[in-house]
Design a protein around this ligand. Structure first.
Ligand SMILES: [Zn+2]
Length: 260
């Protein structure tokens, strides 16, 4: 494997029934079923692996009424990653569906943006509307990691390994970051919730959970700038990802896609 060339994977672990108007800040006149998928991602280069987000567990799925299909750890094992051995977890943001499964990565350092920690532990969380997508146990678990020397802070854009970089977007959550990765097919942008669906970025209409709509829209532009092509931007929650990209191997159809 060339230095700084990565394999990239999207691993689906849950889904939820939605209608289209629930997925756009300004609604959708063409309302109809538009289910949402939940993913984590992983990138691998030689012996090195980074996990991007940690998903939620079955208990959280019950609490929030989501359909849980596979433990994120099970998906990682399918592509040869042992969660217990993972050294680095990149947290795009701290919403409940991106930073649960607290005990799955006991050896990992967690990478977050300064602003996401400030946001999730600060004054904006006095508003029920703002804290709704967060779970207090996730935030407490992150503070514990901080005091155990397992948090790495980033502020803005940063290369964290050859061909792998973080890019702060904000918008959907104050400290949301995307991950850009160099692959054999060019630069792929794992946008996470910088765009939930292809349709959000293509129509320029944010998903309804929003901290700052202007930054969401600037993030769409940034994602397209950083990616090899619009097709190289991977939305955070779109079932189409598993249709547009091939399965990592034939028995993983509908579960794990190869993005490079
Ligand atoms: Zn989110």
């Amino acid at each position: 494997m060339d230095q700084g060339l990565w394999q990239a994977y999207a691993i689906r672990y849950a889904w939820h029934h939605r209608t289209a108007r629930e997925n756009f800040l300004t609604g959708d006149v063409h309302d109809g079923p538009m289910p949402i998928d939940y993913f984590i991602w992983a990138v691998i280069s030689g012996e090195r692996a980074f996990v991007i987000d940690t998903g939620f567990d079955e208990a959280m799925a019950r609490k929030r009424g989501r359909n849980f299909v596979h433990c994120p750890g099970e998906g990682l094992r399918k592509i040869g990653i042992d969660p217990a051995a993972v050294q680095d977890v990149l947290i795009t943001h701290m919403h409940y569906d991106h930073c649960g499964n607290h005990d799955l990565f006991p050896a990992a350092r967690y990478h977050v943006q300064d602003r996401e920690m400030r946001f999730s532990t600060g004054r904006y969380m006095t508003h029920p509307h703002m804290r709704f997508p967060f779970d207090e146990e996730d935030v407490i678990a992150m503070v514990r990691r901080l005091y155990r020397g397992r948090l790495v802070f980033h502020d803005g854009d940063e290369e964290i390994a050859p061909g792998l970089s973080l890019h702060r977007v904000g918008g959907h959550s104050m400290g949301l970051q995307m991950v850009r990765v160099r692959t054999r097919s060019g630069y792929v942008v794992l946008a996470s919730d910088a765009t939930h669906f292809y349709a959000n970025i293509e129509r320029g209409i944010p998903y309804p959970i929003v901290f700052n709509a202007g930054d969401v829209l600037a993030g769409y532009k940034r994602a397209y700038e950083l990616a090899e092509s619009p097709d190289h931007v991977i939305p955070g929650h779109d079932p189409l990802v598993l249709e547009r990209y091939p399965p990592a191997c034939p028995d993983l159809i509908g579960w794990i896609a190869r993005l490079d």
